[in-house]
Design a protein around this ligand. Sequence first.
Ligand code: ZN
Length: 180
Amino acid sequence: MTEANMNSALTNLLTAEISGPNVVESRRTVGDLTGYWQDADAALRTATELLYITQSWFPVAEGTEGAILWGNTTLMPGLVGDEYYMTRGHWHEKLDRGELCVTTSGTGLLVLMDQHRITRFEKMTPGSTHYVPGHTAHRTVNTGDEPLVFLCAWPADCGHEYGSILRDGFSRRVCRGFSL
Ligand code: ZN
């Protein structure tokens, strides 16, 4: 691989780290998810805590029709009040677009909610591979005591819609004592 080759990157399959050109990293704290947590006071007290880091690789621009993007998420272990650390979760703006995820380390849950607000869960463990169908909101939750790390591939033109999750949430939360 050369720096000039924009169409390849390196994914470490043990750590999920992606390196190469056009890899964008972002970090979210507990406070960045203000409004999403059940216990707003607990969230305020821990607002500066690191919640998750993502890396997204853009061999093409977001929005490119027919293209696929690739990235990872490292979701820290922890609780806000009694609620396990989680990602914001989203719908795809193009609702029929799906997504693939594979867990590299840690344990948690993939939370899937359909348009009737029926929520189901899939266990995430190392190697577990998940298909998120279209018309399904999705978020991940770390129920373990180490970082939950996973890779995802998604259509570049899917778009991400967060507002309705902020407003309406998922129909189920994952809190201490949760069992499937
Ligand atoms: Zn998605």
